[in-house]
Ligand binder design. Structure first.
Ligand code: SF4
Ligand code: SF4
Length: 199
């Protein structure tokens, strides 16, 4: 025991033993925790969080400043505790990524997107609730089944083409472009009609 009379016992994870340290001075560092309200923000924007509640990037190596949802980027302490140098570099990277979008006159999107036939839509909100990217919305300027005001609409630029809403729509009002029911059925019929496949 030192003059300071401070002894700290810690668990040494490699050796699986407790180690007693006699210290002259004990300085406790302040913990950094996610800001208040981050969980609600993440929920509204459909952004994943890590086990500690910090916002989670799409891929730690391949998309380090992107979120899984397109068009949103991360920098700073909302991501995880970091020093100022790293925060600045990350902010520059996020700004550069954002510029690749806002600098374009025309934004090209993937062709495999969900399309709603408003005349079949019953406005049940299933697609609105189930889409992992929060894309479908009920538009009041569209008419659903029987001319009822309001039908679902999918913004092609936001749709990821996962097809979940297509599978879940009880009215079969949603189709996935290039994978419409008629196209998939034709493929199945062609496969069934094939007597043998030569390899
Ligand atoms: S799940 Fe189908 S019927 Fe229901 S709101 Fe969406 S498109 Fe309309
Ligand atoms: S295809 Fe997927 S991403 Fe697109 S609207 Fe449907 S559920 Fe959302």
């Amino acid at each position: 025991m030192t003059d300071a009379g401070i002894r700290v016992t810690v668990r040494e994870p490699s050796l699986h033993i407790d180690v007693a340290l006699d210290l002259d001075l004990l300085v406790l560092s302040m913990p950094v925790v996610p800001a208040e309200g981050v969980d609600e923000l993440a929920s509204r924007l459909r952004i994943a969080t890590d086990l500690d509640g910090f916002l989670l990037e799409a891929h730690v190596k391949l998309r380090p400043v992107d979120f899984a949802s397109d068009g949103m980027f991360v920098a700073g302490m909302a991501h995880y505790p970091k020093l100022l140098d790293e925060t600045i570099v990350q902010a520059q990277a996020a700004a550069a990524r954002a510029l690749t979008i806002v600098s374009r006159d025309v934004l090209e999107v993937g062709g495999i997107v969900a399309q709603v036939d408003p005349e079949k839509c019953v406005g049940c909100l299933t697609c609105v609730r189930i889409c992992p990217y929060d894309v479908p919305q009920i538009h009041v300027d569209l008419s659903g089944v029987g001319g009822v005001v309001g039908a679902a609409f999918v913004e092609p630029a936001q749709c990821h083409g996962c097809g979940i809403c297509v599978a879940e729509c009880p009215a079969k009002a949603v189709q996935l472009v290039h994978y419409r029911d008629t196209q998939v059925e034709a493929q199945i019929r062609a496969l069934a009609a094939t007597e043998s496949v030569e390899v």
